[in-house]
Ligand binder design. Structure first.
Ligand code: NDP
Length: 463
């Protein structure tokens, strides 16, 4: 039986960082992964999704090329199969990088399904990635649960006919007509990707606007842009059932308003749940709530030797926050003067064709505690002028009226995630609007608008 200072279950973004930092600080570390080295982000999330976003964007750039003098034809078809093969080769390369990074750090790697036997013992057995793996027992002073989350389907008749983002990354063909249920991150991102690749996309959601939880003005602006990208939206609707109408090749989606739609694929983008199955948490007595592990930002669960980081504890559910949680936990355990992150001003992005980038508070959140000055700007970016591409950029600053501190920055439009990442430094540092105004603009750029907005759009008193 192997003995470790720290054993991590799950080699996704959070688990890998935690294992690596612990090993760098002198701990004897092991890590188990049952499916994909690198976890969801590398294999079924951020990385393949972003490659798909680039693929869709490239089509639009080719469409725009004649307006900039290039003699090219409008793209007529998209090689889904060839693109997915290229994407898979890139992911395989990244899987290899993750494995060698862990090995170089002196960490023992186990491929298989891990299950807790008690607070310091676990068993690793065969998994999809290693069906022949021998059963091994491991002892560890500390165990970190970092198994992430998996997509959920709605509990309606025929739900098994739908696919989730997991399956979409490996479909043999691009669905020509597709219905997407849910307008959170995944629903909105895949609507943009598939429409950009030439699919006819219908987006169904139960709210009046997409992206619940984001700033209302951002949501309203995004709704207009989704229309402009040729996606048909069905707000205020909920699916009732799915029916097989083509031997698994076509599906009828029936909605609560009585309408039905025949499509090649229905994608359920209706949230994710913590991946806790078969971990043996109940047997060891780890406290759970609504299907996720109860743990604080320090990773501590109710069992002193067991920690949880990332999506399994269902708080932020983003790759960079899982990485930060893993890093902080490893340092807290093996080098307590470690690094910390500010989680209050998380930058977030939704990689739609006109992407959304936000940091800090929305107007609605900020107005609960602050009197506000709101600055907004809408304009057509220069890149869209010659091709006459419709769709304005929205930029918005939410500022405390008394202290002048910028509480939130929001953007919808080209390069929003890149621009907001930089502005996130200013919001995290609690800079004032005056300090933004003192910054010289970089011209011509879209980002300069954030330092040139002079006239308030409106005042909002705290609610
Ligand atoms: P989200 O929670 O973002 O969105 C879920 C969507 O499903 C919402 O529109 C929600 O509606 C809808 N929904 C949920 N239950 C029902 C129901 N019973 N009937 C009808 N509609 C329902 O989940 P996603 O699946 O889009 O993404 C999962 C997580 O993955 C995100 O929370 C995010 O943390 C992460 N992610 C992050 C990305 C990024 O950073 N760019 C990209 C992709 C994923 P309603 O709003 O009404 O609840």
């Amino acid at each position: 039986m192997q003995d470790y200072d720290l054993f991590v279950i799950g080699a996704g973004s959070g688990g890998v960082r935690c294992a690596r930092i612990a090993a760098q600080n002198g701990a004897r570390v092991g890590i188990a992964e049952r499916r994909h080295w690198g976890g969801t982000c590398v294999n079924l999330g951020c990385v393949p999704k972003k490659l798909m976003v680039y693929a869709a964007e490239t089509g639009r750039m080719i469409e725009d090329a004649p307006a900039f003098g290039w003699d090219v034809q409008r793209p007529s078809s998209f090689d889904w199969y060839g693109f997915l093969a290229a994407k898979d080769r890139e992911i395989e390369r990244l899987n290899g990088i993750y494995v060698s990074m862990l090995e170089k750090a002196g960490i023992d790697l186990y491929t298989g399904d891990a299950r807790l036997l008690d607070a310091n013992t676990l068993e690793i057995g065969p998994s999809v990635l290693a069906p022949e793996a021998p059963v091994q027992r491991i002892r560890a002073k500390k165990i970190v649960l970092a198994t992430g989350s998996t997509p959920v389907r709605l509990d309606i008749p025929g739900a098994e006919l739908a696919i989730t983002s997991d399956e979409l990354f490996h479909l043999p063909e691009r669905p020509q007509k597709v219905a997407i249920i849910g307008s959170g991150y995944i629903g909105v991102e895949f609507a943009g990707i598939l429409a950009g690749m030439g699919s006819q996309v219908d987006l169904f959601y139960r709210q009046p606007l997409p992206l619940r939880g984001f700033d209302e003005e951002v949501r309203a602006h995004l709704k207009e842009l989704i229309d402009l990208h040729g996606i048909t939206q069905h707000p205020g609707t909920t699916p009732v059932r799915l029916e097989d109408i083509g031997g698994g090749k076509a599906v009828r989606l029936v909605m609560d308003d009585g309408e039905s739609y025949e499509v090649d694929a229905v994608i359920m983008a209706t949230g994710r749940r913590a991946a806790v199955d078969s971990l043996g948490l109940e047997a060891v007595g780890v406290t759970m709530e609504k299907g996720h592990v109860v743990a604080g930002i320090d990773g501590k669960t109710n069992i002193p030797s067991i920690y949880a980081i990332g999506d399994i504890r269902d708080q932020y559910n983003l790759t960079p926050t899982a990485i930060a949680e893993g890093h902080m936990l490893a340092e807290q355990l093996f080098n307590p003067q470690g690094r910390t992150w500010s989680f209050e001003t998380l930058p977030k992005a939704v990689f739609f064709s006109s992407p959304v980038g936000v940091v800090g508070l929305s107007e609605e959140e900020a107005a609960k505690d602050h009197d506000l000055v709101i600055y907004t700007s809408q304009f057509t970016p220069m890149r869209q002028t010659l091709p006459k591409r419709a769709g304005k950029v929205l930029m918005k600053l939410v500022v405390d009226r008394h202290s002048d501190v910028v509480l939130g920055a929001h953007m919808v439009g080209p390069d929003a995630p890149e621009i907001i990442q930089m502005l996130a430094i200013a919001v995290t540092a609690k800079l004032t609007k005056k300090q933004l105004d003192q910054t010289v603009a970089l011209h011509p750029s879209t980002a300069e608008e954030f330092v040139t907005m002079r006239s308030p759009t409106r005042m909002v008193d705290r609610h």
